[in-house]
Design a binder for this molecule. Sequence first.
Ligand SMILES: [Cu+2]
Length: 151
Amino acid sequence: MTSNKIIQWGVAIGAACIVANAHAAGVHAEQCWIRAMPASVPSAGYLVVVNDSDAPRTLTDIATPAFGMAMMHRTESNGSTSTMVDVDTLPVPAHGSVSFAPKGYHVMLEQPAHALKIGSTLPLTLSFDDGSKVTANCAIKSPATLGQSTQ
Ligand SMILES: [Cu+2]
């Protein structure tokens, strides 16, 4: 009996270590979607960047083979007018997250390599200051989509 208990504890501790390692991997992306616009107009990508690690991370670049240009922007509104500001780097706090959402941060996507197919997915690859990269699969949605994806 005693030795069985010891084995059970060993299994439980092993499982806990696997979970801890997955979190130590650091940063991941969630709920990525792209609002598809006609090729003559930029499309916009939205996602949530989650940092599960103990260290702050800085997002330094977003790239995709699906578009000729991918840029990080922030929308700033002053009453009736709104402008877009370039974002070079974006800090993601330890155990925190940053949301790209309509009227805030967005990924401006220009020059689609192929016509955007609603219902399909395209990858966005995020680069961080520690050299790590995370690829998100982003759902292509119609221009009428306004809110955050619930998927
Ligand atoms: Cu923009």
